[in-house]
Design a protein around this ligand. Structure first.
Ligand SMILES: [Zn+2]
Length: 296
């Protein structure tokens, strides 16, 4: 039994609290902390959605009252990843995540296919860091700042900074070790508007549980594309639509949103989003914003 676990701060990633736990007890090796928290079969703690959570939940102090489901919905990127899936599918994944590594989730929601959208380094907002240190005495990793496509802090409307902590390899690295390496760069005024829009949509998905219901969405896509004549005589002009999306967002913004894998050719994105199955919320948010379809 671990006996003690830090209270989670508002919007704190579970992996961030685990890192603070390891700092508090000054584990000589992070693997020992991982083993105590998640069991011997666990080798790393994913920054976004840790797996093998049953052992940790069973060890939390009895007065915490936190369930596996609450941890996933309030302190991980789980609600973002499953926002395009049915509640029944989400429940199945939750049950599996109790004893299985995070790869169960990645496979179930298709995240392995979309790895390019995941942040390379953990991100932070300078203003949030100042506030957190003032309020809680220490900084911590916010989950809103790590969501794919979120490059602005919705609270302070400023650009997020990249730390030196690699997201994919990160395992129990607390925010105290953050160091600024590069700014994400300034974007044009209109691009900032899009970035703030994506950040606010993502915040509503994780905090308010807004779902992206694909069956209704695909019907709306078709209606919009017909009314804007991207679909004409029942045929979709993929070239024209791809070019229009690039013109709408600019290549620079699409690069920032990690769509550079499309090499300025958005036809692949068009085929994936409209042809399905495509479960990545960010790809749908990009198409929805282009077609002026607000999140429900
Ligand atoms: Zn902030």
């Amino acid at each position: 039994m671990i006996g003690w676990f830090p209270n989670l701060y508002p919007d704190e990633l579970l992996s961030s609290a685990c890192a603070r736990y390891a700092d508090t007890f000054r584990y000589p090796a992070r693997m020992s902390a991982i083993s105590d928290l998640f069991g011997d079969r666990c080798s790393r703690v994913a920054y976004d959605v840790p797996g093998q959570l049953n052992r940790l939940v069973s060890q939390l102090p009895s007065n915490s009252g936190i369930t596996l489901e609450e941890l996933l919905y309030r302190h991980t990127l789980f609600p973002f990843y499953v926002s395009t899936r049915s509640p029944e599918k989400a429940r199945h994944i939750i049950a599996a995540l109790g004893d299985s590594p995070a790869t169960v989730l990645y496979r179930a929601v298709g995240m392995i296919t979309y790895r390019q959208h995941c942040p390379q380094y953990l991100r932070f907002c300078d203003e949030c860091v100042k506030e957190d240190v003032s309020l809680y005495g220490e900084p911590y990793w916010h989950r809103l700042h790590q969501i794919p496509g979120v490059l602005l802090c919705t609270k302070h409307e400023c650009h997020l900074m990249e730390s030196k902590v690699g997201a994919q390899g990160a395992s129990l690295v607390s925010a105290k070790t953050r160091t600024t390496t590069m700014n994400t760069g300034r974007t044009s005024r209109s691009a900032n508007g899009h970035l703030l829009g994506f950040a606010n949509d993502a915040r509503r998905i994780v905090e308010e549980g807004v779902l992206i219901q694909l069956s209704g969405l695909r019907f709306q896509y078709r209606t919009k594309l017909e009314s804007t004549e991207f679909i004409w005589n029942d045929r979709l002009s993929t070239d024209k639509l791809g070019q229009a999306i690039t013109g709408f967002y600019t290549s620079n913004l699409l690069h920032q949103l990690s769509f550079s894998a499309y090499s300025n050719d958005m036809r692949k994105l068009v085929n994936r989003v409209l042809g399905g199955p495509n479960y990545h919320p960010l790809e749908h948010l990009v198409m929805m914003r282009f077609l002026h379809m607000p999140l429900a």
